[in-house]
Ligand binder design. Structure first.
Ligand SMILES: [Zn+2]
Length: 430
């Protein structure tokens, strides 16, 4: 079976070359894309081949999220925390660590299905997720993977292991990660953040990453508290500690945030080649500060930190913030937006090939050309233009309608699980 795109305006995401063409999209993992001068005739097509009419529409590479938290999906609209947080440590304690402790596998499944669906609606076919559910660790990653596979998006998952809930939960996190990666799934060894990770856990996590030829995925210096506590407990700054533990020698590692770093730490990251995920909307929401990523590394990609699944929105936010923090240009924000694909390539990831596409119904008031595309990217194209989404050669959404799951059913399940979660949170006194 093949998928044909008829009369497309195709934009090469790397060269910005625009061509009017028909396309044959190969199905399957890392499938390709071929340009056709004309559509195959009825006789030349197989019985189950599909044709999508793309006249007047812009076709290009689909999007990816470099740092997500599907576990936060059911937080939207939840009751106020038992105490109003006054700093980042309290935001964790009274909001996120309260929520994640109440999650069960059913709630995780609903969160993953709903988030995956929102990703598709926003043209995102690749999620790099960082998951926490300290009292439902076992099988949490396979539950998320199954939900993502059902919706049809590619993923790199991890469980955020820490010492914050004691040795038992920590060991469960290590075991879940080991079992998940050993079963052939792609992913990372997840850690929460340096200030919640003891030396023994850090050692074990680096060893586990080596065992599965992957990297760590962790929060780094999101708030000054990470540096302060790390220095108090371990006598080192966060990146120096990670370097000494061998974490920077794992080039597939993703360090999320990296806001409060010394010049020496920035240099260590830059020279190591590990990757950084930037999440400015979350940083503004938590009031933890901002930084110039240009001063850290070119290996910066964009994430949402679980706030939403709309990468075009994240790119615009990072562009606007970047005006004051680093004087960012159109080209650099676009490069960071798509860097997740360069990361996937460097990772050797399956599932982010050329057969991952968005079809945009982009009603531009001016011509779109190779020379001015970046202006359209920054000021024009947004998620409402995402009409059809193709992942690994299969259409997941067509003209705004999700094809792989029943949208109402998923949202109904999520609302039911949201009520269950909020009730449990209110019954659990901190
Ligand atoms: Zn995060």
């Amino acid at each position: 079976m093949a998928l044909y795109l008829k009369d497309a305006t195709f934009l090469d995401w790397q060269t910005f070359e625009i061509r009017k063409t028909c396309l044959a999209v190969e199905m399957g993992v890392n499938g390709g894309l071929s340009f056709l001068e004309r559509m195959p005739t009825h006789e030349q097509r197989a019985p189950h081949d599909r044709i999508l009419d793309c006249a007047g529409k812009l076709v290009t590479k689909s999007f990816g999220c470099g740092h997500h938290h599907i576990y936060s999906t059911l937080a939207r609209g939840m009751p106020a925390p038992q105490k109003t947080p006054v700093n980042f440590a309290e935001i964790l304690k009274y909001i996120w660590w309260h929520l994640d402790k109440c999650l069960d596998l059913e709630m995780i499944e609903a969160s993953a299905l709903a988030s995956a669906m929102y990703c598709v609606k926003n043209g995102v076919t690749l999620i790099i997720d960082h998951h926490a559910s300290p009292f439902a660790v076992n099988e949490s990653l396979s539950t998320i993977a199954r939900a993502f596979d059902r919706v049809g998006i590619s993923h790199l998952l991890c469980y955020e292991i820490s010492d914050r809930d004691g040795e038992g939960v920590r060991e469960e996190g290590l075991a879940e990660t080991d079992a998940f990666l050993a079963s052939g799934h792609q992913g990372h060894v997840g850690l929460h953040a340096s200030f919640t990770v003891g030396d023994e856990l850090l050692r074990k996590a680096v060893a586990l990453a080596h065992k599965h030829a992957t990297g760590l995925h962790m929060h780094v210096a999101e708030d000054p508290v990470d540096q302060e506590e790390t220095q108090k407990r371990y006598g080192q700054r966060v990146i120096e500690r990670l370097q000494q533990a061998g974490a920077l020698a794992l080039p597939k590692s993703i360090l999320s945030h990296c806001i409060h770093l010394s010049e020496r730490e920035k240099k260590l990251i830059r020279e190591s080649g590990v990757w950084v995920a930037q999440n400015v909307e979350s940083n503004q929401n938590n009031n933890v500060g901002l930084t110039s990523y240009a001063s850290i590394t070119g290996n910066t990609m964009l994430g949402t930190d679980g706030m939403h699944s709309d990468m075009l929105r994240s790119a615009k936010a990072a562009f606007l913030v970047g005006q004051s923090t680093e004087g960012i240009g159109f080209d650099e924000i676009y490069r960071r937006f798509h860097n997740v694909h360069q990361y996937a390539r460097a990772f050797g990831m399956r599932g982010d090939g050329d057969n991952n596409l968005v079809i945009l119904n982009y009603d531009a008031p001016t011509d779109v050309t190779a020379d001015n595309f970046l202006g359209h990217f920054v000021y024009g194209i947004d998620s409402r233009h995402v009409a059809t989404v193709i992942s690994q050669g299969t259409a997941l959404m067509e003209d705004g309608k999700i094809l792989t799951v029943d949208e109402n059913e998923v949202l109904g399940f999520a609302r039911e699980m949201g009520k269950k979660l909020w009730g449990k949170m209110q019954r659990t006194k901190l």
